[in-house]
Design a protein around this ligand. Sequence first.
Ligand code: SF4
Length: 396
Amino acid sequence: MREDGVYAAMVRRGMTRRTFLRFSAAMAAALSLPAAYGPRIAKALEAAPRVPVIWIRGQACGGNTEALLRAANPTAANLLLEVLSLDYHEELLAVAGADAASPLAGLASRYPNGYYAVLEGSFPTGAAGAYCLIGGRPAVDVAREVATGALLTLAVGSCAVDGGAPAAPGGITEAGGIGKVLTGGNFIALPGCPANPSNLAAVIVHQLVAKETMPTDLAHRPLAFYGNLIHNQCERRPHFEFGEFALEWGDQGAQRGWCLYKLGCKGPETMANCPDVRYGEKISWNVSSGVGCIGCHSPSFWGAMGPAYRRLPSPLPFLPNLTTDLVGGAMVAGIGGVAVAHGVGMTIRFKRYKAQDRRAKAKAAAEAASATETPPTAEPEAAAGTETAAAGTGER
Ligand code: SF4
């Protein structure tokens, strides 16, 4: 066991071996790995170093920090104090003023082995960044400095990913997400309002254990968390399939736990693992609580996925019930149809070819047979010629 490592820190803080194994099992589950990977993660964490974390908050409500502090699996204490070494987080600092800003000075020399940067909130550039300052400096500049030198940067929450609410139509601060901070691609995006703390912990554990960044989609979102539609994992999906919908808040359908699609649920358009990881000590998530998904993990969701409790307009007005799921299904069905048509066409063509072949063979056989039965015509002519010659010479 490494004395300055994650496990040693956990033991020093009174964590039992059982709790540590439970934490490792929870991380395996969050990473969509089989339960058998829990002990392997525990073993790797025993040898893993604790990595310092600098958490920068721009324009935001602080919801991601709140979600983290209320997370149960892993607890905030597990994550912040043992797995990580949280060296800077404005809301959790005991000091204020110049003392609070001092850990941000000379990061490269202070952390020669590197650190992780976590960005929360959006970063405004309007009015030369004056809408959000950290230690008297534009937050966007501070975030850029911190993120540029980090081993890995995590954009946590929708505001940090694409600007979120401050960047929604009507905003005046010219806010944006990590795109305003970093030009390179060495970051992980964890959208959500808030992002799920379990996903955040799992990214960090994966980084520590596998020593590589998690596979992501083109928007830098880990595929393990954002690779599946909420609709496909939802516990109310059978009601969707049976056409059982709540039509008004509090009606019979709502009370019976029927599908919330007709009340604006964006689950069929949103990729995230909320039904699986859940929030609040893994007790619940929106749909379990009787409120539809608002699509907060989707790009630019404040502008693109609203209004929250109304269905998104269909792209085709004459098909009001059209959803991306249906479009995808239709495309798959179309491709399947083309494949079947191709197969049928090929079968017909093959049969036609075989029939032609049979006819050609039969014709050739018939010709061969008739050629065998017909007597040669050259010999009688030759005989007649002989007879004529004989008559001419008087021979009889
Ligand atoms: S529409 Fe919403 S409530 Fe209905 S099955 Fe899909 S995700 Fe669940």
